[in-house]
Design a protein around this ligand. Structure first.
Ligand SMILES: Cc1cc2nc3c(=O)[nH]c(=O)nc-3n(C[C@H](O)[C@H](O)[C@H](O)COP(=O)(O)OP(=O)(O)OC[C@H]3O[C@@H](n4cnc5c(N)ncnc54)[C@H](O)[C@@H]3O)c2cc1C
Length: 433
């Protein structure tokens, strides 16, 4: 049995559903296929969903800043209010501890141009605002079995504080809100349906085949498979035309009790502590989500088969993460029992995403989101629509990269900076982008 659509979107995560929304609101008949049970049930459901603007490339900073406007008025952006509830933006501000050599100037320059207000904080000011911090500088981050882990601080910290950052309170609900809006424009969602082949005819994509034997014929297929995206790109046989590779990486995030006076309710911000190698997101109910900034000393856990990974956090990484946090916040105390999750990022060579066409005409990709693109889901959908429209109009995005003009800033974003054929960005080498 086969049916027809103008576009098939593989993956109903937050990025896939944003792509589906933009294609459907542009008038295409869209079918979204997901092998999981509901929108956002893939890696999106594990996201910390932090929205911040510190990236090492100007296009990435602009993409995050423009997308933040959409999150701040999410229902207005979607044009629909989901009767099942809407994801909400929680503004916390973002605190970044400076470390040697990290070139914060790259984003600070763009911030100044865009009027993104931020403050420089010296050690005394950090202590005055958050007396719970040990303001020693311990860089570089270390494992706890490193004899130097307990060494004295070499100097004291300074920081940057930016007040507009925050997080979306429920990442899976956000994906469902995108899906709800996409459905209002006629998009259809098929769950528990696995794509098992990307089909070709006459040198271009012609649709997909599903595990149950059904085919969906379409001139446009978009790979938004999250951690499975590299499997799908291999299935489509487009990897040979890519200079940037991508593959799944396992990452752990722990939920711990926040120390007194440092909770979300106390106004504690999200924190990028590259000095010890951890990030912290204050959450409801007096908790913190604690994740890793992937410092050099931590081994990266690459996964060959995204179907086969341990979804439970390990005691080893829990101890490393919580000991590092305890170093920074002496009142923290060490929780006894690991609580949290392990999930997969689809990581590229340079930790910059792939929003692009492929060498197979009609086959596009929004993947390689490298643990840092939840916040950019609104623009990712618009980028893909622009690329797909350009190709339909006979404009080759490789030769003449699409430019996106942001409504918030009037500034142009070169969508070609997310190309599969780019030279890897030298300034971006971790989850912080
Ligand atoms: C632990 C963690 C923390 C994060 N923290 C942040 C953060 O603080 N800020 C931020 O901006 N970003 C963060 N991210 C990144 C962000 O969450 C992801 O970039 C984003 O959620 C990816 O969305 P997606 O739609 O591309 O993928 P997914 O949500 O993974 O969706 C992909 C979908 O494709 C489906 N699929 C795959 N293969 C097939 C197939 N063959 N057939 C049919 N369906 C298929 C899957 O079932 C899945 O539902 C984090 C990610 C993780 C894992």
């Amino acid at each position: 049995m086969s049916e027809r659509a103008d576009a098939v979107v593989i993956g109903a995560g937050v990025i896939g559903s944003s792509v589906a929304l933009e294609l459907a609101r542009g008038g295409r008949k869209v079918i979204v296929v997901d092998k999981g049970p509901s929108a956002g049930a893939g890696s999106t459901s594990s996201s910390s969903a932090i929205i911040r603007f510190c990236y090492s490339t100007p296009d990435a900073v602009l993409t995050a800043w423009e997308s933040a406007g959409a999150w701040a008025d999410f229902a207005g952006y979607l044009g629909h209010t989901d009767p099942d509830g809407m994801g909400r933006f929680v503004r916390t501000g973002h605190l970044i501890f400076r470390i040697p050599g990290a070139n914060t100037q790259r984003f600070e320059t763009v911030w100044k141009e865009l009027g993104i207000v931020h403050e420089d904080l010296d050690t005394q000011e950090i202590s005055r605002r958050w007396p719970g911090f040990d303001v020693g500088a311990y860089f570089p981050p270390k494992r706890i079995d490193d004899p130097a882990f307990g060494d004295d601080a070499t100097s004291t910290l300074s920081a940057i504080f930016e007040s507009q950052s925050g997080f979306m309170d429920d990442p899976m609900l956000c994906a469902q809100n995108f899906a709800y809006a996409a459905k209002q424009h006629g998009a259809e969602y098929r769950f528990h349906q696995e794509v098992v082949s990307i089909d070709r005819e006459g040198g271009r994509v012609c649709g997909v085949s599903l595990a149950g034997g059904e085919r969906i014929m379409a001139p446009v297929v978009v790979n938004v498979g999250g951690p499975h995206a590299s499997v799908l790109n291999r299935m489509a046989d487009v990897v040979g035309g890519m200079r940037i590779s991508h593959r799944p990486l396992r990452s752990e995030v722990f939920t711990v009790e926040a120390p007194k006076g440092m909770t979300l309710e106390d106004g504690f911000p999200t924190l990028a502590d590259l000095d010890v190698g951890q990030y912290i997101k204050p959450h409801f109910g007096g908790t913190w989500d604690v994740g890793c900034t992937e410092p050099d000393c931590d081994e990266l856990h690459w996964i060959d088969d995204p179907e086969q990974y341990d979804p439970y956090p390990t005691v080893e990484q829990f101890e490393v993460s919580t000991m590092r946090v305890a170093r920074r916040v002496p009142e923290f105390g060490i929780p006894h029992r690991p609580s949290g999750l392990a999930a997969l990022y689809d990581v590229t060579t340079d930790w910059v995403p792939l929003y692009d066409k492929s060498d197979l005409p009609g086959f596009f990709m929004a993947c390689g989101t490298s643990g840092n693109q939840f916040k950019n889901a609104p623009l990712a959908g618009q980028f893909l629509k622009l690329i797909i429209d350009a190709e339909a109009a006979g404009i080759d995005h490789d030769e003449q990269p699409v430019q996106y003009v942001g409504p918030r800033t009037g500034r142009s974003i070169n969508v070609g900076s997310f190309s599969r054929r780019r030279d890897p960005w030298a300034t971006s080498n971790g989850v912080m982008g």
